[in-house]
Write a protein that binds this ligand. Structure first.
Ligand code: FES
Length: 158
C-alpha cells in the first residue's frame, strides 16, 4: 500500500472515531461519556470481603468486589462485559458505595444510579438496573459470609 493510501485510511479512521464520539456525547451527555472512557474503580480486589456476579436481561454481566471495615465499604471494584452505559453505571455505582455503611449501600437503587449519571436514554436504563442488582447481590454476599463466620460449626452427625 502506498503512503498516500495509508494516510487516507488514517484520516478516515480518525474522522470516523470523532463522529462516533460526537454522536455518543449527543446521546449520553458528557458525564456518562467521562465514566465510560475513564471508569472509576475498574478491576477486582484480591481476597474481597464480598463479591457478586449478575447477568442482566440483555445477557451482559457485571462483577463487583467489596472491601469492608467494620460496617463501612472502604474499597470496591467492578468490571463488566456490557455496553458503554453499563461501564458508566458500574463506575458511578462504585463511587456511590465508597465510604457508605452496608445498610445504606443495601438501599442503592437503579434510580440513584441514573440520577448520579444525569439520566440515560430509556433503552439503556436496564444497564443501571444491572449495576444496582450487582450492588445488592454483593451486599447479600457479605451478609451470607458474615453469617457463616458467626454460625457455630456443626460436627458431622449433630
Ligand atoms: Fe447490556 Fe447495557 S448492560 S446493553
Amino acid at each position: 500500500m502506498t503512503k498516500n493510501r495509508v494516510d487516507d485510511l488514517d484520516t478516515f479512521a480518525q474522522e470516523l472515531q470523532s463522529e462516533i464520539l460526537r454522536e455518543a456525547h449527543a446521546r449520553y451527555g458528557d458525564l456518562v461519556i467521562d465514566h465510560w472512557m475513564r471508569p472509576r474503580n475498574w478491576g477486582s480486589l484480591d481476597e474481597p470481603d464480598a463479591s457478586a456476579q449478575v447477568t442482566g436481561s440483555c445477557g451482559d454481566t457485571m462483577w463487583i468486589t467489596l472491601r469492608v471495615h467494620g460496617a463501612t465499604i472502604v474499597a470496591c471494584r467492578f468490571t463488566t462485559d456490557g455496553c458503554a452505559a453499563a461501564i458508566a453505571c458500574g463506575s458511578v455505582a462504585t463511587e456511590l458505595l465508597l465510604g457508605k455503611s452496608l445498610q445504606a449501600a443495601a438501599r442503592t437503587t437503579t434510580t440513584q444510579i441514573l440520577e448520579a449519571l444525569g439520566g440515560l436514554p430509556d433503552s439503556d436504563r436496564h444497564c443501571a438496573r444491572l449495576a444496582a442488582q450487582t450492588v445488592q447481590a454483593a451486599i447479600r454476599d457479605h451478609a451470607a459470609r458474615s453469617l457463616r463466620r458467626t454460625s457455630p460449626r456443626r460436627s458431622p452427625g449433630s
